[in-house]
Write a protein that binds this ligand. Sequence first.
Ligand SMILES: Cc1cc2nc3c(=O)[nH]c(=O)nc-3n(C[C@H](O)[C@H](O)[C@H](O)COP(=O)(O)OP(=O)(O)OC[C@H]3O[C@@H](n4cnc5c(N)ncnc54)[C@H](O)[C@@H]3O)c2cc1C
Length: 503
Amino acid sequence: MLKTDILVVGTGIAGLFFAIKTAMKRKDLSITIMTKDFAEVSNTQFAQGGIAAVLNTLEDSFEQHIDDTIRAGGGCSDKEVVRMVVEQAPERLYELIGLGVHFDTVNKGYDLALEGGHSHKRILHHGDTTGEEVERALLATVMSLSNITILEKHTVIDLVVENKTCVGAFYFTPDNRIHYTRFRTLVLSTGGCGQLFKHTTNPAIATADGIAIAYRAGAEIADMQYIQFHPTALYEPGKNPSFLLTEALRGYGAHIVNHEGKRFLFQTDSRGELATRDIVSGAIGEEFRKSGKNCVFLDCRHLDKETFAVHFPAILAYCKSIKLDPFTDLLPITPVAHYQCGGIVVNKNAQSSVNGLYAIGECARTGLHGKNRLASNSLLEAVVYAHQAAQAVCNSIDGTCLCTNGYINKYGIIPGKLHENQISILKKKLQETLQKFYLEGLPESHVTEIIAELKKQAFALYNSLTVSLKLIEILNMLTVAGIIVKQAKNGLSEPYLSENYCN
Ligand SMILES: Cc1cc2nc3c(=O)[nH]c(=O)nc-3n(C[C@H](O)[C@H](O)[C@H](O)COP(=O)(O)OP(=O)(O)OC[C@H]3O[C@@H](n4cnc5c(N)ncnc54)[C@H](O)[C@@H]3O)c2cc1C
């Protein structure tokens, strides 16, 4: 049986930064990172715009970043958490730079960009591929640390909680087997839930596994109804994930126009294109209702070609690959599911309500985002909470020999056929249902009924089929869909009691 002091689940910015900080401070501890795909496959890899931090204190201030964050979150953020994250931002950013992350510079300083909802230019970025750069540098550092092991294509399925403490996990390997491991501490950094929706910017891995796993372990989950829809995904029907046209484009001066070529956002908010995502997405939705159309447009035609190409090379290349020219064409856009503001409830040390179970990054609900995340605050939250968790774990974990129990025979391997096709049908139905729930007002009671029926069908597959990654994912997605709809109905965060699909 695999033995590790610390098991980290996920190789995005949160998991990698936590592992690096912990491994450097506690060389006596072994750290294993499991990830269900290849190491670089994550939401982090897709991040375009950058990371928010107040570095220019002549024009900007912590107070203004704090105000912008709270305003974006509809006044529902935890003020102490916002202050902690904003005040730590410069230190954590310099740590990332120390680990080899390159951010664009100008005139011997960092080239700070503007994004919607920010009152100042404060976004550090690497062109329009910031996430890829972060992932590259962090993975390279992880590879150089001898006390960290990465296990790719290892999917964590469920946790074992003994005496209210998380002590073990089941995981699924590429040879279709389920294994069991024990550890002292578990860190979930499993990212978001975008794949629950028909249209999303999130890659295929974003199936909310961490939320479902923590929920079944009895952890408190909150604010899952606050799904952020990003207003400017490229409209390409049938494409999953949708290609994002970063917020930074609007900060750079791009306009949003309707089918008549008219800007319409100022009717909703005096900041126009620079309003927060929830407001811009809402205004676009209203435009859809009025016009009966499925998209509006991002207009970049008036922007300077040369600097555009320098700042947004990946977007330019993608547009050209589908025969769109941002300098002559209007770019069709639509709001799509982008970010999960809620998640596993954690305190300021990233500790969940279950002992030994930490959650960081997008799967955690820290209280920073309230109802709606401010642009470029997510990568920031991930590094701050990875740091907090690393400190807490390094200070509390002891160095005594790891206790190991034998394998718990919880999962039977039932020989049967893989019916990926049937699972795809369930997934598609779920994605369409949640999309309609959020964007077309499909009644909650109807959505609940559909989810219950899909769950029944998924359990039937679970009882008759060989366990597969797709089956694990659809069960998690249905569990989390149920939580989202229930929390949306209640309008309030409430803890959910564990319901274990395996018993
Ligand atoms: C297109 C796009 C652009 C974005 N741009 C920005 C931006 O500019 N600035 C910003 O702040 N934020 C941005 N975001 C949001 C930000 O990228 C994410 O919130 C952040 O990267 C999440 O990091 P994470 O480490 O929590 O999770 P992720 O990076 O999503 O990593 C999750 C990891 O968990 C693994 N995993 C999941 N389930 C399991 C399981 N059961 N077993 C094993 N492994 C598992 C996955 O394989 C993956 O390795 C963007 C997001 C997208 C999709």
